[in-house]
Design a protein around this ligand. Structure first.
Ligand SMILES: C[S@@+](CC[C@H](N)C(=O)[O-])C[C@H]1O[C@@H](n2cnc3c(N)ncnc32)[C@H](O)[C@@H]1O
Length: 336
């Protein structure tokens, strides 16, 4: 599919947004011998939401700085997303080789679940989470704090943190390069930035996504994001290069997969099984808005596309996954 609404040629095509050479280790189709995973059935169950509120009417942060909803269903989706990520990262919260961090910042903290888990694992570390709203997750340890702050504005901290963590901020409207620079400025010399981000266009292992409704669904989502002024979703593969240009050293790039359902065998099956309800819960809130506000579709058209995509989402013969990138790098000890 191409999008050719502009006279000077297509903005993006499915071919142009497919990543080359993305090979997450261990991602293979279930050969029929793999049992279902042992994860809690609660984590693979649908996330319910108040159906009396239309998707396009779900509440947002004041000022509409961010287009995803802020209701209970979205918070439940974010908590499930945390489980998906930690499972895909082998149970880890981060991959950077940190030693004895004293001060950590979680940017765009969402429900705050990552910050709380990090603070519990590191009782001697002060953890701060910032977001457009101030979250109040259960069981906040005394070494974890939250502040309401727009991360596109001045953070008010320089040379402070031993780790700056950013996860799934690609959907937020921001200049990614500026975010990396702000992170650099706020880090103490020797501190690490770690970005954990998903590329919004899925890939497949065998061509089984090609030509499906699902493929054009996600492609239109990326196009909608782009039309709304979001460039980070497509520039994600450049983060490592940008980090080096800003001054980070020992920049590392780790690849993982977030399968759309439980089609893989081995360790990725559980990730896919949790991913399915997570994507389904995001379909309406994320894509109805993107199609309606980003591409100018009618709500009926958007709803119909969401319905069809939701049906195809659980088809285990479509071996699709979202590429997950983990970038980390260190601010030099010599940097002031
Ligand atoms: C997809 S969620 C990810 C949440 C969390 N990082 C996680 O992985 O669980 C994106 C978060 O970014 C926040 N956000 C978006 N734009 C922001 C901004 N300009 N300043 C602060 N937070 C922002 C949203 O409110 C939302 O909580």
């Amino acid at each position: 599919m191409t999008c050719d609404k502009r006279s000077d040629g297509p903005e993006i095509t499915i071919q142009s947004v497919r990543l080359k050479d993305f090979n997450p280790p261990g991602l293979e189709v279930d050969d029929g011998n793999d049992a279902e995973s042992d994860i809690d059935p609660f984590l693979t169950s649908p996330i319910e939401r108040d159906q009396s509120v239309k998707e396009v009417d779900r509440p947002l942060h004041p000022g509409e700085k961010y287009f995803l909803p802020t209701d209970k269903a979205e918070l439940a989706r974010l908590d499930l997303q945390h489980m998906v990520w930690t499972r895909a990262l082998d149970g880890d919260l981060f991959k950077a080789p940190l030693i004895g961090p004293k001060c950590v910042l979680d940017v765009g903290t969402g429900t705050g679940i990552w910050a709380v888990d990090f603070a519990k694992d590191h009782p001697d570390t002060e953890v701060l989470g910032i977001d457009l709203g101030k979250p109040s997750p259960p069981g906040i340890p005394s070494n974890c704090k939250f502040e309401q702050k727009d991360f596109t504005e001045d953070w008010g901290h320089t040379n402070t943190f031993d780790l700056v963590h950013c996860r799934m901020l690609f959907s937020a409207k921001h200049d990614a390069r500026q975010l990396l620079q702000q992170a650099y400025d706020s880090l103490a010399p020797g501190g690490y930035l770690e970005c954990q981000e998903m590329y919004g266009m899925p890939l497949d292992v065998d061509g089984s996504l090609s030509g499906t409704t699902l493929e054009s669904f996600f492609f239109n989502g990326v196009l909608g994001l782009k039309r709304r002024g979001n460039t980070s979703v497509l520039s994600l593969p450049l983060y490592g290069q940008w980090m080096r240009e800003i001054g980070f050293e020992d920049v590392a790039e780790v690849h993982r997969a977030l399968p759309i359902n439980g089609w893989p065998g081995g360790a990725y099956k559980a990730v896919g099984e949790m991913m399915l309800p997570n994507i389904r819960a995001g379909l309406g809130g994320v894509y109805t808005r993107l199609f309606a506000n980003g591409l100018g579709w009618s709500t009926e058209e958007a709803d119909e596309m969401v319905r069809k995509a939701s049906e195809q989402m659980s088809d285990r013969s479509i071996h699709a996954y979202f590429p997950a990138f983990i970038f980390y790098g260190r601010k030099p000890l010599s940097a002031a």
